[in-house]
Design a protein around this ligand. Structure first.
Ligand SMILES: [Zn+2]
Ligand SMILES: [Zn+2]
Length: 250
């Protein structure tokens, strides 16, 4: 599909483990389980997971059908053509309350569909236009409030405020070196916010895409030219992470 009117929000609608917030290592497997269950549903005839994207309670966005593909989740074909579908991975028992990270991730997924998938401005719940409890009362209340980012602000998690040199937060780990355009999380957002606060033109969206790589290389070159040598590779490794906070800017 070239475009839609917007995005509809869903939930799993089954029991989700209450201790899932302590186990992000379960999330990718849970996404594959949802995909497998959809593929096993012969009455629906789905050819893939029904959602365009899924978001876990840790704020990670998992690509489902992705951009420009008609969803199978909204109830019938006219509804599926009208809106994309994003699933917040909470349930109707166990984990039923969205975390702030999940709400930020849903916003990220919605903005991704708007920016790259031709989604219009409407943000609705599955129950809008179809008889279902989905996406559950907590997520539906958030949808009705306009699907705001927790704490306000366009970029979600904000940097420390100041733009001068300051102690870097702990480097979040090797996965920031994946150079994966689909890598997305709050640590990417934290780094982007810091670099944007310090004057580089960078969209703070939590996606480590081409722009982030390019700005990272510019920062590494600039640092190297100003007495703080860094490997210029477009990767936020531990040295680049530290320099992003601790290098004084002239
Ligand atoms: Zn639904
Ligand atoms: Zn997770």
């Amino acid at each position: 599909m070239a475009s839609t009117q917007g995005v509809k929000v869903h939930y799993e609608g089954t029991e989700v483990p209450a201790d899932l917030p302590d186990h992000h290592e379960w999330c990718a497997g849970r996404v594959r389980d949802i995909q497998a269950a959809h593929l096993a549903n012969t009455s629906e005839g789905w050819i893939d997971v029904a959602y365009n994207a899924l978001v876990c309670c840790h704020g990670y966005v998992f690509e489902g059908r992705g951009l420009h593909h008609e969803t199978g989740a909204n109830g019938n074909q006219p509804l599926n053509r009208a809106h994309y579908a994003v699933c917040g991975m909470i349930g109707d028992s166990g984990l039923t309350q969205p975390t702030d990270a999940l709400l930020n991730g849903l916003r990220d997924a919605i903005e991704w569909l708007q920016q790259y998938g031709g989604a219009g401005p409407e943000i609705k719940g599955h129950r809008d236009g179809y008889a279902t409890d989905c996406p559950g009362d907590p997520l539906y209340a958030w949808v009705q409030a306009g699907a705001p980012r927790p704490g306000g602000g366009a970029g979600g998690v904000r940097g420390g405020g100041g733009t001068g040199a300051q102690s870097a937060p702990p480097w979040p780990g090797e996965y920031l070196q994946l150079q994966d355009p689909l890598l997305h999380d709050d640590n990417v957002r934290t780094w982007q916010q810091r670099i944007a606060d310090r004057g580089w033109p960078l969209t703070v969206d939590g996606w480590y895409g081409e722009q982030s790589r390019s700005v990272c290389e510019q920062f590494q070159q600039d640092s190297t030219a100003n007495g703080w040598p860094l490997t210029v590779d477009g990767v936020v490794g531990p040295e680049t992470w530290r320099a992003s906070w601790e290098r004084p800017l002239s």
